[in-house]
Design a protein around this ligand. Sequence first.
Ligand code: ADP
Ligand code: MG
Length: 477
Amino acid sequence: MEYDITIGLEVHCELKSTSKVFSPSPNAYSEKPNTNISVIDLGFPGILPVVNKESIKKALTVATALNCETPEYMIFDRKNYYYPDLPKGYQITQMHYPVGTNGYLDIYVEDKVKRIYIHDTHLEEDTASLDHYDKYSLIDYNRCGVPLLETVTEPCMHSIDEALAFLESLKRLFLYTDVSDVKVELGQLRCDINVSLAPKGSNELGVKVEMKNIISYNVKMALESEIKRQIQELNNNRAIVKETRRYDEATMQTYRMRSKEEAIDYKYFIEPNIPPIKLTNELKKEVKESLPELAFSKITRYINEYGLSLVDAKTIAKDKDIANYYEKIVTSGKDPKMVSNWVTTRVLGRLSKDEITISEFNFTEDKMIELLDFIESGKISTKQAKDIFYKCIEENKTPKKVVKESGMEQITNEEEIRKIVLEVLEENSDVAKDYNPEKGRMLDFFIGQTMKKSRGKANPGVATKVLKEELLKYANR
Ligand code: ADP
Ligand code: MG
């Protein structure tokens, strides 16, 4: 039997900010457990949360970038449950009035454009992290209260590739808007994955299974194993149960945590300790106007305006700083395709070899512009340019300096070349006086001699032209 796959994601991203979302503790990663904490994070009686304005602005930024409707007030809710990862006995989140609703994000899935619909995005506090051992568990409250933005999609993705492309695009959006460092290895990007199967062509969605708290690099494997499991169940005439599962990295399989009947009733109500915060039109306008151009728009523009291939456009737009580097060189008047070649091959190759980012790269945009100037004016060949590029990096010098020092600069001046040509003809006058324009071999000989005498610096085109003129004169003497 064939099935249609449907996937919906709930993506959690830790925002960066100086302090936590409701307390003055630093929002910073620490190897030392329980150091970045305060009485608010620990839920002592009588504490009052104070909202971090920076986090609200960042949440509003993402909502705007995701083309969401935004509410008039920022209002929080209490989600009640008891588990030691949140010692207050509830999580402050947004249920009734999320900061963003009904949005979308356009993405490229391979070479197709796909619109992913966003149900909502909301601001909440992260929980403590627990490490479970055989006879005990350890709790680290450092993460407790870190601003967390949860973005919920509609069930609108229909393949693993679409889900992965969306996740990658969303991650890039967080980086472009600078709301998070999205350090995956530190668990700053995690998601709940909902997946269901329905008979091919069916109008109704199948029963969904939720996989909780999947770190983003495990999403592919978790989906593969869960889809495989559901196919097996359905093919064996076993119904899929609406349930929550977890993914185990070691066995690469999903395991049942709880069924929907066991689902917790969170008894949401408006958080009474946080008064509504007005999201003024001025603030919304300011946020909208300060949004940078996002990756999707850049990719599309690079293809349509610059004539780049999709692959190259994607490669450059993958990192905002690379895109800025690229665009600065192009807007200086350099050929977009030529710059793209340099950036996607040599620049990125060098960055990965040296394991550095573009901001740490000593071959700045200005140096690249200088190097391309040399090529364009015919002063150096493309092959020489490559050598100069690496020399500039190794010796931290400008192309001008390297070209000058190594005497690599091509001679293009006709009169300078003519002087060399005349010397060559004098030295080989026996041959030269028998010059016959019909016989190409002799011209090649003289080009070779001229190149040799100029130590490879004569521009071959100019040298050929001058040689032809002078040889004719010589033979007719
Ligand atoms: P619940 O009430 O179980 O929390 P929601 O309707 O709130 O379910 O949806 C939660 C997430 O599950 C969303 O990301 C949504 O896109 C996804 N989802 C809902 N129904 C399905 C389905 N049939 N198949 C796959 N994903 C689904
Ligand atoms: Mg839900």
